[in-house]
Design a protein around this ligand. Structure first.
Ligand code: HEM
Ligand code: HEM
Length: 190
């Protein structure tokens, strides 16, 4: 049972799709924040090519995020480990808010571009539709959200999330971090 590669989650383990989604989307989101901040500081008009890459990759993450959420909702979620109910609740709330970030941040970018009347292409292959048309007010609200939330809200949640993972691993010494890693890394089982 221990080293088996599973697809579905169980009461105490994540299957390979959940793990793959976690790391691809998680590292993708962190990369997008860093790239977003960097591209914003580059000189125009050169930076608009980087904007195209940022927008395409963001739409890809939005799509993967929707697939991930569907997969999660159709699956069992492994029980949160730990002794204190308050900490378990906190972990679950942070996970829910992280899902809100994964969908909400790229969506705010998409809304900002649509409301600004800018095209959103997928690596030059096709354009996503403009569902709302040009709208100054919506554009400026989405722009504020997109500049603030990735750094301050996602940043704060990730500080808690990563500190929590390290606390489980090094202080509580439980399986929390190991069960999110690729199966082959878990080999120190009795
Ligand atoms: C880079 C360092 C990261 C580490 C060490 C880490 C670690 C973990 C671990 C150990 C779990 C499993 C928790 C449990 O079993 O109860 C988890 C779950 C989760 N992580 Fe991360 N994570 C990281 C980054 C991220 C990022 C960047 C995001 C999103 C932007 C993210 C989103 C989530 C979500 C939504 C869950 C809940 C999964 C579910 O049960 O449906 N993580 N993470
Ligand atoms: C997937 C998650 C995404 C993350 C984490 C993210 C993050 C960021 C960050 C941190 C910035 C810099 C903000 C600043 O310096 O004020 C930024 C800028 C930007 N993002 Fe995103 N973004 C994502 C997805 C998207 C998507 C899907 C679009 C559009 C379809 C988009 C469009 C833009 C644009 C146009 C800017 C430049 C705004 C400006 O010049 O003021 N982003 N993004």
């Amino acid at each position: 049972m221990g080293g088996e590669v599973m697809m579905k989650n169980t009461e105490n383990a994540y299957g390979w799709p959940a793990k793959t989604f976690h790391w691809v989307i998680g590292l993708g989101m962190i990369g997008m924040v860093v790239f977003g901040l960097w591209m914003h500081e580059q000189p125009a008009p050169g930076k608009f090519a980087y904007y195209g890459i940022h927008k395409s990759t963001g739409m890809l993450i939005l799509f993967l995020g929707i697939l991930r959420l569907r997969w999660k909702l159709k699956n069992t979620t492994p029980k949160t480990l730990g002794h204190h109910n308050a900490q378990k609740h906190a972990a679950r709330i942070v996970h829910i808010l992280l899902y809100v970030m994964i969908i909400g941040i790229p969506l705010s970018g998409y809304v900002m571009s649509m409301a600004g009347g800018y095209p959103v292409s997928f690596y030059g292959l096709f354009n996503f539709p403009n569902l709302i048309g040009k709208n100054k007010e919506i554009g400026s609200i989405a722009h504020t959200i997109h500049g603030f939330v990735p750094i301050f809200v996602l940043g704060g949640l990730l500080a808690l999330h990563i500190a929590g993972a390290l606390y489980h691993h090094f202080v509580l010494k439980d399986e929390t971090l190991k069960r999110m890693l690729p199966g082959k890394l878990i080999k120190n089982k009795k």
